[in-house]
Design a protein around this ligand. Structure first.
Ligand code: F6P
Length: 350
């Protein structure tokens, strides 16, 4: 078979491990040939391709980013964009396309599938917010980076009797904040799913001080919101840069707003740290390399089983396939089981 591969949306540690696994199993076991589309759906729209073979995927397992580069291009926003994509797949004599991405990339994959394109999806995002799978690859790496950062911030916060507010990514899901915050021993964890009451947050920090703990670490997800304000709106802090092609607002800035508010209300010297894209860069953890490799192997098998319109997924410890339509139907946000961990470990939640 001749198979195309693309990586779309925000980059994520483990993308190269997926590409490598698809190409290696496809070459060794199925005698497939591969091309890569450059920069996600942009590469399909513009028919920008590169050959992928055993040599081009050699040495990429520990590398972050993606050798195919990526973009947030949305063909559905261009005139006849989806039809154009289907035509380019035909023009390249492709028997299938493996699309590695999050809900945005996979929503385009679904549209192409509906127009007769043969696409298999692979779930990627550090946010871990894709439905249909227990975990996306990249999430574990991001959580490890947050955890290590919190370990480091603890010692400097303690040395200066400071409160440090640490902003982490995750868009509208609190998974990174919750896992990173619990693993890094945060004193407060604020997530988008539960708008927080600033008075309760500061009360919890003051209680710590009363116990003799003169420093605090507060983890706040970029999409966390202050509980309903006087005008009844839950306030979300966004960046002035506007929306991307998939209609997402660029989040960011809540750590600065919250740090100022905490300092004003408590008198504790407070600093804000925004971890930002550090969470997405660099080498994947062993867990993510393994998961990404298993997804890649599952994807090439899915192609040969004719499982088009499906996405590989982790359920328990098994790699299965689920309809892409299921994965993109809704975001997977923090559930009550995960919240129980936060409630158990912290004196005050939100
Ligand atoms: O979806 C992954 C993610 O890193 C989000 O957590 C974050 O809100 C967004 O991408 C940032 O996007 P960009 O890299 O385009 O600034």
């Amino acid at each position: 078979m001749k198979i195309g591969i693309l990586t779309g949306g925000g980059d994520c540690p483990g993308l190269n491990a997926v590409i490598r696994a698809v190409v290696r199993k496809g070459t060794f076991h199925y005698k497939d040939e591969f091309i890569g589309f450059i920069e996600g759906w942009r590469g399909v729209l513009e028919n920008k391709t590169t050959t992928l073979d055993l040599n081009s995927v050699s040495g990429i397992l520990p590398r972050g980013g993606t050798i195919l580069r990526t973009s947030r291009t949305n063909p559905a926003k261009k005139a006849d964009g989806i039809e154009k994509c289907v035509a380019v797949l035909k023009q390249n004599n492709l028997d299938a396309l493996v699309a590695i991405g999050g809900d945005d990339t996979l929503s385009v994959a679904q549209k192409i599938h509906e127009k007769g394109g043969k696409v298999v999806g692979v779930p990627k995002t550090i946010d871990n917010d894709l439905a249909g799978t227990d975990f996306t690859f990249g999430f574990d790496t991001a959580v490890n980076i947050v955890t290590e950062s919190l370990d480091r911030l603890h010692t400097t916060a303690e040395a200066h009797n400071r409160t440090i507010v640490v902003e982490v990514m995750g868009r509208n899901a609190g998974w990174i904040a919750l896992y990173g915050g619990v693993a890094g021993g945060a004193d407060a964890i604020l997530i988008p799913e539960h708008p927080f009451d600033i008075e309760k947050v500061t009360a919890a920090l003051q209680q710590r001080h009363a116990r003799g703990k003169l420093f605090n670490i507060v983890v706040v997800a970029e999409g966390a919101k202050f509980a309903a304000s006087a005008d009844g709106q839950a306030s979300l802090v966004t960046n002035a840069a506007g929306k991307d092609e998939f209609g997402h607002e660029r989040l960011g800035g809540i750590a600065n707003v919250l740090a100022a508010e905490i300092e004003k209300r408590t008198g504790f010297e407070t600093r804000a740290v925004v971890l930002g894209h550090v969470q997405r860069g660099g080498t994947p953890t062993a867990f993510d390399r393994m998961l990404a490799t298993r997804y890649g192997l599952g994807a090439i098998d899915a192609v040969h089983n004719g499982a088009f319109g499906q996405m590989v997924a982790l359920r328990g410890n098994k790699i299965v396939t689920v309809p892409v339509s299921e994965a993109i139907a809704k975001n997977r946000t923090v559930d009550s089981d995960a919240m129980e961990v936060v409630k158990g470990i912290l004196e005050q939640v939100g």
